[in-house]
Ligand binder design. Sequence first.
Ligand code: ZN
Ligand code: ZN
Length: 148
Amino acid sequence: MTDLIINISITIATFLFMEFVAWFTHKYVMHGFLWEIHKDHHQPNHKHTFEKNDLFFIIFALPGVIGIVNGFETLNWPFWVGLGVSLYGIAYFLIHDLFIHRRSKLFRNTKSSYLNALRRAHKIHHKNQKKEDGENFGMLFFPLKYWK
Ligand SMILES: [Zn+2]
Ligand SMILES: [Zn+2]
């Protein structure tokens, strides 16, 4: 039982840590030396279903898959870390791609004041189409002023 509590704690801690990783990567890498790949997410060409920016999804998915596949038999810690990374990826995809950017007909609207505030914060991130001077690089955590 205690093992399960520890393992679930590892997954939750990993999930939260991924929000930091996402914020850091978005701010310093995507708006940094890999701006060329992120750029079309800020300056979209609506004729295309996929953006170059979607490459980041694959890059972020890899450690999760590796952890789960590696630890699947023994359920050792890489499994629970991989699970946290993957759950974060799924949450990011549902919230960022489906809900905020409406890439499917699903999950376009919600009464949740948290999710609507989160969307407002990310829309401000997109108001700026440039590499520099961005705001709100995180996803699940955002400044409280949007929560009104
Ligand atoms: Zn950006
Ligand atoms: Zn976006």
